[in-house]
Design a protein around this ligand. Structure first.
Ligand SMILES: Nc1ncnc2c1ncn2[C@@H]1O[C@H](COP(=O)(O)OP(=O)(O)OP(=O)(O)O)[C@@H](O)[C@H]1O
Ligand SMILES: [Mg+2]
Length: 230
């Protein structure tokens, strides 16, 4: 389980995360929802150690990771698919995947299971990342994160700007990672129907605070769609 306790973060003088408290249970898919600019990406960056936290603790499977460097968090089992994907456009698909294994010793081959999850990446392994469609790049970004063999996969709005057929594929893949491989997934999402369909649990963030949470099956009854409607 990932546990976040009283997390606070500031950009300059503005208080972005306010006493954030959240748990992400093992082998479940947890969705974090919230409108634009409420601090979702900032929270994920704090989880990964890409930005420092002002106060509070992050505990992963009983160990405090909040002061660890990003690479140490990756070594402890966390992986991150950033918003906007951050694919290397001039590297091939295969090279992009190998970058994801850079923290592990002597990576030289892409495991079959990555290509089995995303067959399109096998077909396109010698193409440049920049030549892929947005949806294919998103699949590549997920595949790259899986190269470190994470136990907790963190994704930031993977459906943003992607065609519906690939959104469905990505949803199926995420469920497969949880249900068949026992992975823990934390998904930041604004697309309500996608989130509702996938979520075992949910949290809602508003202006840097967690304002609601519960079982995924309760999202409709709890009015989450209205909470995040623009
Ligand atoms: N590097 C930065 N420096 C200063 N302010 C920032 C920085 N990054 C984000 N912010 C501000 O912090 C707030 C939270 O941003 P964040 O990107 O975490 O929100 P978000 O919930 O991920 O939004 P979106 O749904 O648009 O991705 C916003 O007001 C944003 O303008
Ligand atoms: Mg964001």
């Amino acid at each position: 389980m990932l546990e976040v306790e009283s997390l606070n973060q500031y950009y300059g003088g503005s208080h972005i995360l306010r006493d954030v408290r959240m748990t992400v249970p093992d082998a479940e898919l947890t969705v974090l929802l919230g409108r634009n600019g409420v601090g979702k990406t900032t929270l994920l960056r704090c989880l990964m150690g890409v930005v420092p936290t002002k106060s509070g603790t992050i505990t992963w499977r009983g160990s405090k990771i909040s002061s660890m460097a990003t690479h140490a968090r990756v070594a402890s089992g966390l992986a991150y698919v950033p918003q906007g994907r951050d694919i290397f456009g001039r590297l091939t698909v295969e090279e992009n995947l190998l970058v994801g294994a850079a923290s592990r010793k002597a990576p030289s081959k892409i495991p079959d299971r990555i290509y089995d999850l995303f067959p399109v990446l096998r077909d396109m392994k010698n193409r440049r990342g920049g030549d892929l469609s947005g949806g294919q790049q998103q699949q590549l970004a997920i595949g790259r994160a899986l190269m470190s063999e994470p136990q907790l996969l963190i994704l930031d709005e993977p459906t943003e700007g992607i065609q519906p057929s690939i959104i469905r594929d990505i949803g199926r893949t995420l469920r497969q990672l949880v249900d068949e491989m026992g992975m823990t997934v934390l998904l930041v999402e604004q697309y309500y129907d996608f989130a509702r369909e996938l979520a075992d649990r949910y949290w809602v963030m508003s202006r840097g605070e967690i304002v609601a949470g519960g079982a995924g099956s309760e999202m409709d009854a709890h009015g989450v769609r209205e909470l995040i409607a623009v």
